[in-house]
Structure formats: structure tokens, C-alpha cells
Design a protein around this ligand. Structure first.
Ligand code: SF4
Length: 314
């Protein structure tokens, strides 16, 4: 089957069986185009919480996203088409490490990026995404009446949240990073700006500080999308510093704008482990336990609080 035939079959199977497909912007365009909902982590968390109609959610994203959907929907079956689709950044921090940080920094709230395991979330006071990290840090610091928080696992987002909030974000751990965004360098910025002189540079907060400080706009995937969507008529050229799935989405949705990647091959290979073939196979085998992501209830019961707190703040 070619992609068009696979997409047609997937749409037929999901409608027939009342399945919802959620896809992250970093999926291939072919997968994005068959999703019921497409978004960044924050929007997808909200949808996962509010989605009440279907018994099954197929999550075309990485494992922590499917775990979040499972925590927020304990009564639903959440399926990850490729069980090996995981986020290497989340692996920088485990629950035992968080417990140690709490011991050495008593009284400080724990803020964890949603890009973390369910066990880590269960040890946290509040979660955040790249879209709301600054607001979350300010709010929790005020609530705890402190000037510092523990923040993990992305050290670049911690640095960004600290810069913007004025609240010290102690990194859990120092070296946590996203291999996709942290590879964007000052040279990439200069090279693309030399090429497209009036190009507005939009980058993700997971980029290193030196790149963020040169950029015209720093925002989450959805915020970058909206920045182009709401741009002025004279803003023609955009240089985008994030995963190529979002860059392709923006180029397809706004054909009157010129969209350039800040560097070639910004690919999250972990996100790209899902394929149309796998999604079709899952739809034909919805009850195969191999695809189900189920967070144990004792972890989910704790992890739901920091997630709900984040959603209240957002
Ligand atoms: S883009 Fe980075 S943070 Fe997102 S899933 Fe891939 S490795 Fe993890």
C-alpha cells in the first residue's frame, strides 16, 4: 500500500472502532495528517484529559506522552504504535535521583518537565511544558514562599525559566538536555541569518542560552506555530530552530510565508519510530497488550496531582 492508501485505511479503521489518534508536531507529515488532534505537549495533555468519547487513544508521540495520557485517563486504553519510541532526555532523571535532590534541598518545590517518567512525576509538586515553564516556576515559588526550585530534567529549559522568572532553578541534573535542540549552534544562527538577512529566527527553549539570546522569538512548538500564524503581512521569512516535523507543518499550513530550517536534519529519531504501517497494524490489533502503555495505579495516583496542578496554572 502507498501512503495515501494507508491513510485512507487508517481513517476508516479508527472511525469504525471509535479510536482517537493524537499526534505530536514532530511526527512525519503523513502521520500528522491522519491525526484527530495535533499539537505540542501542553495541548496534547489537555486533550488527553478532556477526551472522553473513545475507549482507545493511539498516541503518536514518545513514551512519556502516552504515560501522561494514561495517568489522566486511567479508564482508557492508551496505545503507543512503536513501544520503543522513548525520549532520551527523560532518561536523565529517575525517581531515586529526585528523592536525593529533595533530601539535599529540603523545602524546595520540585518542578518537572512533562518530558519525564511517570515515577519522576509522582515525586514532583508540579509539572510544566516548554509553553508554561516560566509561569509554573513563578507560581510554585510564590506558593512555597521560596526563591529557588528544583527543576528537571532539561537543563536548558531550567536555565530559560530561571532567566525569565528570576527564580533560581536548580538543575536536576546539570547535564540533562535534548539532543535535537541542543545541537543548534551560534554558527547555525549566523549561517542562516547570513543567507536570509530579514529572516525572523524562532527557536525552542530547549536550545542553549547563546542561541536563545540571539533569536527573535523563543517559544514552544505551538507558540512557534502561532507566531507564524499571527505574523504581520510584511513578515515574510522565518528561520525555525526546532524538529523538522514542525517546520514542515508550518511550511504546509502557511504557503504564503517562506520557512527555512536553522540547520538541516533536525530530526528526533525517537519520535520518528512510528509509521503509518504500524498505526494501521495497531488499529487491527487494538487489544494486543504489546502496544498498551499503562501506568501502575500507585504511581498514577501520585503523578496525577502535579499534572493537574500544571493544567490549572496553564
Ligand atoms: S525532541 Fe528532544 S525532548 Fe522531544 S522527544 Fe525528542 S529527544 Fe525528547
Amino acid at each position: 500500500m502507498n501512503d495515501k492508501e494507508l491513510q485512507k485505511e487508517i481513517v476508516y479503521l479508527k472511525n469504525k472502532q471509535n479510536v482517537t489518534i493524537l499526534a505530536h508536531y514532530y511526527q512525519s507529515i503523513e502521520i500528522q495528517n491522519i491525526a484527530d488532534y495535533l499539537g505540542g505537549s501542553l495541548e496534547l495533555s489537555k486533550i488527553a484529559k478532556e477526551e472522553s468519547d473513545s475507549e482507545y487513544i493511539i498516541f503518536a508521540g514518545v513514551d512519556f506522552m502516552a504515560e501522561t495520557a494514561s495517568i489522566l485517563n486511567q479508564d482508557k486504553r492508551v496505545l503507543l504504535p512503536n513501544p520503543e519510541s522513548c525520549c532520551p532526555m527523560a532518561a536523565y532523571l529517575d525517581a531515586e535521583m529526585v528523592r536525593e535532590y529533595k533530601k539535599t534541598h529540603p523545602g524546595l518545590p520540585v518542578v518537572t518537565y512533562v518530558n519525564s517518567t511517570a515515577e519522576v512525576k509522582a515525586e514532583s509538586d508540579v509539572c510544566c511544558t516548554s509553553a508554561n515553564a516560566v509561569r509554573v516556576v513563578k507560581r510554585i515559588a510564590k506558593e512555597f514562599d521560596v526563591n529557588s526550585v528544583l527543576f528537571g530534567p532539561d537543563s536548558n529549559l531550567a536555565d530559560y525559566a530561571e532567566q525569565k522568572s528570576g527564580i533560581k532553578c536548580i538543575k536536576m541534573p546539570e547535564e540533562g538536555h535534548c539532543y535535537v535542540h541542543s545541537q543548534i549552534s551560534v554558527d547555525d544562527f549566523k549561517r542562516s541569518r547570513d543567507l536570509i538577512k530579514d529572516g525572523l529566527v524562532l527557536v525552542h527553549p530547549e536550545c542553549i542560552r547563546e542561541v536563545r539570546e540571539l533569536a527573535d522569538f523563543v517559544g514552544s512548538t505551538a507558540q512557534m506555530y502561532d507566531r507564524v500564524k499571527n505574523s504581520k503581512i510584511e513578515e515574510d521569512n522565518f528561520i525555525i530552530g526546532t524538529e523538522e516535523g514542525l517546520i514542515k507543518r508550518i511550511a504546509e499550513d502557511f504557503p504564503d510565508k517562506h520557512i527555512y530550517p536553522i540547520r538541516e536534519k533536525l530530526i528526533c529519531y525517537n519520535m520518528k519510530k512510528h509509521t503509518l504501517e504500524l498505526i494501521k497494524y495497531v488499529l487491527e490489533n487494538l487489544d494486543d497488550p504489546m502496544f498498551e502503555v499503562k501506568v501502575p495505579s500507585e504511581i498514577a495516583e501520585k503523578a496525577i496531582f502535579p499534572l493537574k496542578k500544571m493544567l490549572q496554572i496553564s
